[in-house]
Write a new protein. Structure first.
Length: 520
């Protein structure tokens, strides 16, 4: 059990770590080598003067292939006339999910979206020094194809294909989506909201599946997806230009701490956010992400806190990598996002000049061969962050209690007014209720009246008015669950909740407020 789970005890029912958002990217590297594209063009009997018509034909063939895929599956092929991003309030994924829900798609191709977007490609230009035509890389607008699938293994996912050379491809999958389908296959029950698992009946099985995902043979899986959408791969392979070199463009490793319910998480979330945003220094963030303070470390550490409709989020950034904590229903999620793997190390085997093999820690690159190391790094960063969060002082329950004291309350259909912890009359009532003589035997109406009214009543009418007022005050205390009646007796005792709340209110007035006033 981790320090965080031990600190929060029964409120936590389990912890699970898994990849969340994953973006793989495939590059045809021979095209990037000097003279690589011209060498490929020669294998296709294409001259530089025919470059424009040739690449346009290649792009049109990819678009025709996408249309044929959509037609064969009976799915829509949609041209997007405007940009769809998170900033516009609607994304391509939102559109694809609505289409899948509208048409009742349960497996296979959902839709193909076509958009005009900037990308790195090649263009033809004339070298003014040599007066020769040459092909150079650069940015340009080209057609991008988005294939959205409901895959039997990975669930909702998409493949993005650039239709202009060098046909860069991108594959998006979600680890939680994959895990849910694995648990379905293993017959393990779970409760899910969006991409968060709120409960898992058999956590050891889930952990074993997560470890298996981290050691998956990804090139084989990604190559199969690429062959489905890019018919040019066979021609490229026949020209001895190989296939895609796959890299991990972005990886999110998330550790979910499952709380008993939303209320249990909300009770501590404010304290965790306060601690994460105010008490975790830049040095802490560097340590969380596996780095050491060193003069060569030039990266800037930033922290921002954001209130979302779903709850709070605190995010720390370092050298294009980040770690954040946020709440999702009854799950506290700590998530490490790796965009720059060179900030981390991986153990590799090298052979020296004498043929001896030795292990060395080296910079980690983006190749999918290091995918398992992404999981190790992310999991270790999340564990360090949770260990730091375990030290957060839990004041949320006390803040909620004092807030409830200052608000009107309805109990059993009766309305009870609020208390004011700084009002002299209410403070006098709190002191009377907490008087030492009432601890064992409890108190009566007359005991409270004696504390609130030091002098005797002038007449019977005033005595009745005092008694009636104290009765109303006792009813108000009972309505706020600060005192309770002793069964079959005209006695009242302070509840454990009332003991904590009333003592805290008096301490705030007598000790904390004067200290804060003088300090200001």
């Amino acid at each position: 059990m981790s320090a965080f789970e031990d600190r929060h005890g029964r409120a936590v029912v389990g912890t699970l770590a898994m990849f969340d958002r994953l973006i793989f990217r495939g590059h045809l590297r021979p095209f990037y080598a000097t003279g690589g594209l011209r060498a490929f063009m020669s294998t296709q009997d294409v001259l530089l003067t025919g470059f424009g018509a040739w690449v346009t034909g290649l792009s049109e063939r990819l678009c025709d292939h996408a249309k044929a895929m959509a037609a064969d599956a009976g799915r829509p092929y949609i041209y997007l006339e405007r940009t769809m991003t998170r900033d516009t309030g609607q994304t391509k994924e939102d559109l694809a999910r609505r289409i899948a829900e509208r048409d009742g798609v349960s497996e296979g191709l959902v839709c193909v979206l076509r958009a005009l977007e900037p990308a790195t490609s090649f263009r033809l230009r004339r070298n003014h020094a040599t007066h020769q035509l040459e092909v150079v890389p650069g940015k340009r607008l080209c057609v991008q194809l988005y294939f959205y699938f409901l895959d039997p293994e990975f669930g909702f996912m998409h493949v993005k294909l650039q239709t202009w050379l060098p046909f860069t491809i991108q594959v998006y999958v979600n680890g939680r989506e994959w895990l849910a389908r694995q648990l379905d296959g293993a017959g393990v029950g779970y409760l899910r909201h969006d991409n968060a698992l709120l409960r898992v009946e058999d956590l050891p099985v889930a952990w074993e599946r997560c470890d298996r995902f981290a050691h998956r043979a990804w090139p084989r899986v990604l190559d199969a997806l690429a062959r489905r959408v890019n018919p040019h791969l066979a021609t490229i392979a026949a020209a001895d230009f190989g296939g895609y070199y796959w890299v991990v463009e972005q990886a999110e490793v998330a550790t979910d701490v499952m709380f008993r319910d939303r209320r249990a998480l909300v009770g501590v979330m404010g304290d965790l956010v306060r601690h994460a945003s105010l008490c975790m220094s830049s040095e802490d963030v560097v340590r969380f992400l596996g780095r050491k303070l060193h003069p060569s470390l030039k990266a800037e550490v930033t922290t921002d806190t954001k209130h979302r409709p779903e709850g709070w989020r605190v995010k720390h950034r370092l050298a294009r990598n980040s770690i954040k904590v946020y709440d999702k229903v009854s799950v506290l999620r700590v998530e490490t996002t790796i965009n720059n793997p060179r900030e981390f190390r991986v153990l590799r085997v090298f052979t020296d000049g004498r043929g001896r093999r030795e292990r060395r820690w080296c910079e980690m690159n983006k190749g999918v061969a290091n995918f398992w190391r992404y999981y190790q790094v992310g999991l270790a960063a999340n564990n360090r962050y949770l260990e730091a969060l375990a030290a957060a002082p839990l004041k949320g329950e006390g803040v909620a209690a004092i807030d409830a004291l200052c608000r009107p309350r309805t109990t059993d259909g009766r309305h009870h007014a609020r208390f004011d912890p700084l009002r002299p009359a209410d403070l006098a009532l709190f002191r009377a209720v907490l008087a030492g003589g009432h601890t064992i035997t409890g108190f009566r109406n007359s005991d409270i009246a004696a504390h609130l009214y030091p002098r005797p009543p002038l007449d019977t009418a005033e005595a009745h008015r005092r008694c009636a007022r104290v009765s109303r005050l006792i009813a108000k205390l009972r309505g706020h669950h600060l005192v309770a009646k002793v069964p079959r007796q005209r006695l009242y005792r302070v509840t454990p909740h009332g003991q904590r709340v009333l003592t805290a209110a008096l301490t705030l007035h007598d000790d904390r407020f004067p200290d804060a006033y003088l300090a200001a």
